[in-house]
Ligand binder design. Structure first.
Ligand code: SF4
Ligand code: SF4
Length: 456
């Protein structure tokens, strides 16, 4: 590298050259990044944090959401179902939840409830297809509605494929359910979602949704939402257009599950669901329209919030004392939720799990005849053992302070867990420079994000 004279252009060994003006800009940028903590050592975080049994005990007293696997069975045969040949999973069973068991479970949970002024418990019905066991849903809702407590309010929600909605919608409207219908978009986008006889589900579900919208327009507007899996037959833009044009709504998108795929079907999985994806020809325009509903904008705003040093979600984030290279706080590795703090998933076959999105081997308790068996110390030990196992990876990870990964998605049950989101220095540089380039090249988009997205 040549000597630094601010009046001369500068050419680095790697060929990058800078005019005197741009050197000035780069120095300002460097100072800004340094101030924002970009150059602190990767292993500056202290991962000595632990989950304590007392925390778990406290969590149980304020569970936010109880999810019942109402039935294991389903009336669809989606190609990408986690019970399809593509995933390592036990065969789908036929068990159903009995109301008497759920009643006992709920009684126990409510008896331990911490006293709060405005206490809300969300009760969710999940499947299989939950409406296949409607009598369970009806009895549980009626029981909770008559529960003699003026302390806790119950809110009900359900994720459904929609096939039985028409029959049961009056009850769901009466009890103000929030309903999420799984639909991937138009007929082609939805082609992996099949009926049991392998016919396409789209025409029939589309008709059912139209009928519900016509009969219950206010309920439809306020309480019905959509969930779409993204694969090679759709993308956020096509999904946005479909739901906007058809229903004046958007949809919550999630990528197709690429975890736990059976080795023998890996190639076929890729060829079927990921090869030759439909691209969005006007992606930038879509990003501006969708804002946080677009995965790239979501990532950009996450990065801006966590790393720009100028955007704060709330006053706490603004005032938070950054460690600036000194290990001042004990972190618990990963972004895993504390057991029982958010959700608790009760499966029809007697497991208690931290949520419905993780492998069933990670149970944190069992239930039988409505009696729960939870070993709080055992759970704390198990979590802390997992944290100890992943810690060596997190200590070397540039995303550690703002991790988004759940420990149960890292193969933590294996001798050598593997985190797909692990960022070494090179990956982190690419992540930052990719996002900063988007901002530098489209400042108007960035302003839109700061102006609108952070208010959402
Ligand atoms: S995926 Fe992990 S972090 Fe998310 S709710 Fe489930 S257990 Fe918690
Ligand atoms: S992204 Fe993975 S490796 Fe990095 S801190 Fe999170 S869990 Fe650990």
């Amino acid at each position: 590298m040549q000597s630094l004279d601010p009046t001369l252009p500068l050419t680095l060994d790697n060929g990058l050259s800078f005019t005197p003006d741009s050197i000035h800009d780069q120095v300002i940028k460097y100072k800004f990044y340094k101030r924002s903590g970009y150059f602190k050592s990767v292993n500056s975080l202290n991962f000595n944090g632990k989950i304590l049994p007392s925390t778990i005990e406290k969590n149980i007293g304020s569970i936010q959401q109880v999810i019942f696997e109402v039935t294991e069975s389903c009336n669809f045969a989606c190609s990408y179902c986690t019970y399809s040949k593509f995933y390592n999973n036990k065969p789908r069973g036929n068990k159903t939840f009995r109301f008497e068991d759920a009643k006992k479970i709920l009684e126990t949970i409510l008896s331990k409830r911490e006293k709060k002024k405005k206490d809300v418990l969300i009760v969710s019905f999940y499947g299989g297809e939950p409406l296949k066991n409607f009598s369970f849903i009806k009895q549980t809702v009626e029981y909770l509605k008559s529960y003699s407590s003026n302390q806790t309010t119950f809110r009900f929600n359900m994720t459904t494929n929609g096939l039985l909605l028409k029959r049961y919608i009056p009850f769901l409207v009466e009890h103000s359910f929030d309903i999420s219908i799984s639909l991937d978009g138009d007929e082609i986008a939805n082609s992996f979602r099949k009926l049991k006889n392998h016919n396409p589900s789209f025409p029939i579900i589309h008709q059912i949704i139209d009928d519900i919208r016509k009969t219950y327009p206010v309920f439809f507007d306020k309480k019905v939402s959509f969930l779409s899996v993204m694969h090679n037959k759709n993308n956020p833009a096509s999904a946005y257009r479909f739901f906007h044009n058809e229903y004046n709504k958007s949809t919550a998108t999630s990528d197709i599950n690429t975890q736990n795929i059976a080795e023998a079907y890996k190639q076929e999985f890729y060829d079927t669901f990921l090869a030759d994806p439909v691209r969005d020809p006007a992606e930038k325009k879509t990003m501006k329209t969708l804002l946080l509903k677009h995965p790239k904008v979501k990532e950009l705003s996450y990065m801006a919030e966590k790393y720009s040093g100028v955007l704060f979600e709330d006053y706490y984030q603004l005032m938070k004392n950054h460690s600036n290279g000194k290990a001042t706080k004990s972190y618990i590795p990963t972004a895993t939720c504390s057991p029982f703090s958010l959700r608790t998933y009760f499966t029809a076959d007697g497991s208690i799990l931290p949520c419905e999105h993780i492998n069933r081997i990670f149970e944190i308790g069992t239930w039988a005849k409505g009696e729960m068996r939870i070993d709080i110390t055992g759970i704390a030990n198990q979590y802390n053992h997992y944290y100890q196992k992943i810690r060596k990876y997190c200590e070397q990870c540039y995303m550690a302070e703002n991790c988004k990964e759940c420990i149960f998605h890292t193969g933590i049950e294996n001798e050598h867990p593997q985190c797909e989101l692990f960022m070494n220095k090179h990956k982190f540089e690419q992540y930052l420079s990719g996002n900063f380039s988007t901002i530098e090249n489209d400042y108007a988009l960035f302003l839109r994000i700061t102006d609108h997205a952070f208010k959402e």
